[in-house]
Each structure stands twice: as structure tokens, then as C-alpha cells.
Design a protein around this ligand. Structure first.
Ligand code: HEC
Length: 286
């Protein structure tokens, strides 16, 4: 080995040590969000055979309409979707009535004027603000995100080895677990010594920092449930999270039912192929 090679090797080892210590130092100082992982909930739509619970989706719509829709839009959902198969299961008549509770600007009419009319099932859910500037102005500089796809847009990493197990018993409820934890995770007052920025609310379940600009939207007994379901903050959070999951993945029921049939078909077909192969090659020396 020449002296030059030894010098190179020493330099490479030195660089390696320097890099790994600096990465370790960075890891120690950087705080990872969320401070608390989402609590895993029981969902009717989890697992291989899971399906939505219609009554829960209906309650979830109720909460979205009464609470969340005053700040959040859901532009991708039309009222008629509420009657779609695999959804909350409202009847067409109910959907007409639900849509007509809101108005929309339409036109121009024959005289060239814009006019307001009640919404129809073919209209989307209303947006609370005319534009992002108004939304941000009313919420201290933060724009409440559109909730149409939020249940698919938020997922907290589960880490090793959990994510390996998740592949075998499919875990796709990161979104609703996160939303339910976020809605119930506010802590007031915040823990001692924690400085919370002005106008934000401490929530260790928030993915993007220690606090967010959404005030705690739900509390116990906020809304009346007519079917005897407990009127707790936790139940409201679960119901609205399930509703948002349906909005983001409206065909989950059909997908799971078809997936099961396809797997059964493939298993039977694999068996037939195996016996056909044995039959065809019977007696052929190989
Ligand atoms: C008073 C207005 C207001 C109400 C009511 C409200 N939100 Fe929010 N929401 C906000 C704002 C503002 C943000 C953005 C917060 C931020 O980024 O600091 C937000 C953010 C969110 C987020 C995204 C959090 C993230 O990880 O980025 C979710 C999910 C959410 N809201 C769900 C809901 C649900 C569900 C309801 C109804 C139960 C609701 N919100 C009611 C104002 C509101």
C-alpha cells in the first residue's frame, strides 16, 4: 500500500466520522412532529372486509355541516354523492332537501343578471369564503384546507417495524386516525414552559408544529344525536373523520368487495392450472 493510498483512506474514514456525528447531532436537536402519534381507533371500514357504517357517515355529515363547513370547503363533493351507493345512504328526497338548505349564485338570466337560487343535488358543497385571501384574513393568516381529500392527504409515519406489519394486515386508516386525534388532542393550557405562538392553539397531535390556527372545533354535547349515540367529543371526532374518509375514498366498499372476489377467483384458478398441468404432463418423462 502506498503512502498516498493510506492518506486517502484516512481522509475517507475521517469524513465518514465527521458526517455521521453531524447527522446524529442534527437528529438530536430536530423535534419530530407530531409530538404524539395518532391514537389508533376501531373503524368499521378497516381490514380486508371493512365497510362504511351508513349511520356514522350520516352523523359525520351532520357535524361537517354544522361545524366544519363554517371554515372549510369541500369543493369536490356534490350533494348527489350523499345518495351514492357505498356512501351515507341518504335518499334522493333527503338529498334534495339537504342541498336546498344552501344557495348558489347562478346566471346570467335572460336579462343578463346573476341571481341566487337554492342548491340542487348536482351542485357542490358550498365554500365558506369567496377566495383564499378572505379565508386567510378571517383565520389569522392560515387558510383552512379543503376537506374533500384531507383523509388521504394526511398520514403520520408509523416507523419500523409497524409499517412492515401494516403490509400484511392492510392499514389504510392513517387519515381518519390522524383527524380524530387532532380534533380531540388540544391541550389548554399548554404544558409548562412551552411557548405557543400568538393566535394558535397547542395540539401535540398536529403534524406541522406544536400548535395550529384552528381553534378546538368540537366539544361534548355540541350537537344533538337523535339515534342515542353518545354526544361526546371523541364520538363527534370519529364520526366526522369517517365521513371525511368516505369523501376521500367513496368507492371503498366496492373496492373491498371486488378485491375479495378477485382473490378467491385467483386462488381457485391457480388450483385448476396446477391440476391441468399435472394432467397434461402425466406420463411424459422429464
Ligand atoms: C373557525 C374555523 C374552523 C373550524 C370551525 C374548523 N376548522 Fe379545521 N382548520 C381551520 C384552520 C384555520 C386550519 C389551518 C390551521 C393551520 O395550518 O394552522 C384548519 C386545519 C384543519 C385540518 C388540517 C390539519 C393539518 O394537518 O394540516 C383538518 C384535518 C381540519 N382543519 C379539520 C376540521 C374539521 C373536521 C372540522 C369540523 C369538526 C374543522 N376543521 C373545523 C379552521 C377551522
Amino acid at each position: 500500500m502506498t503512502a498516498k493510498m493510506i492518506r486517502w483512506a484516512a481522509a475517507a474514514i475521517g469524513l465518514g466520522i465527521a458526517l455521521s456525528t453531524s447527522f446524529a447531532a442534527a437528529e438530536e436537536t430536530a423535534t419530530e412532529f407530531p409530538l404524539l402519534k395518532p391514537t389508533r381507533q376501531e373503524w368499521s371500514f378497516a381490514g380486508f372486509f371493512g365497510q362504511y357504517d351508513q349511520a356514522q357517515l350520516q352523523r359525520g355529515y351532520h357535524i361537517y355541516k354544522e361545524v366544519c363547513s363554517s371554515c372549510h370547503s369541500m369543493k369536490l363533493v356534490k350533494f348527489r354523492n350523499l345518495a351514492d351507493e357505498g356512501g351515507p345512504g341518504f335518499t334522493e328526497e333527503q338529498v334534495k332537501a339537504l342541498a336546498a338548505e344552501f344557495t348558489i349564485m347562478d346566471g346570467p338570466n335572460d336579462e343578463g343578471e346573476m341571481f341566487e337560487r337554492p342548491r340542487l343535488p348536482s351542485d357542490p358543497f358550498p365554500s365558506p369564503y369567496p377566495n383564499d385571501k378572505a379565508a386567510s384574513f378571517s383565520n389569522g393568516g392560515a387558510i383552512p384546507p379543503d376537506l374533500s381529500l384531507i383523509a388521504k392527504a394526511r398520514a403520520v409515519h408509523r416507523g419500523f417495524p409497524q409499517f412492515v406489519f401494516d403490509m400484511f394486515w392492510p392499514y389504510q386508516e392513517q387519515g381518519p386516525d390522524y383527524i380524530a386525534s387532532l380534533l380531540t388532542g388540544y391541550q389548554d393550557p399548554p404544558p409548562e414552559g412551552v411557548e405557543v405562538p400568538e393566535g394558535t392553539y397547542y395540539n401535540p397531535h398536529f403534524m406541522n408544529g406544536i400548535s395550529l390556527r384552528m381553534p378546538p372545533p368540537i366539544d361534548d354535547d355540541l350537537l344533538e344525536y337523535t339515534d342515542g349515540t353518545p354526544q361526546t367529543k371523541e364520538q363527534y371526532a370519529k364520526d366526522v373523520a369517517a365521513f371525511l374518509m368516505w369523501a376521500a375514498e367513496p368507492h371503498l366498499d366496492a373496492r373491498k368487495a371486488l378485491g375479495l372476489k378477485v382473490m378467491l377467483y385467483l386462488i381457485v384458478f391457480a388450483g385448476i392450472l396446477y391440476f391441468a398441468k399435472r394432467q397434461v404432463w402425466r406420463g411424459v418423462p422429464h
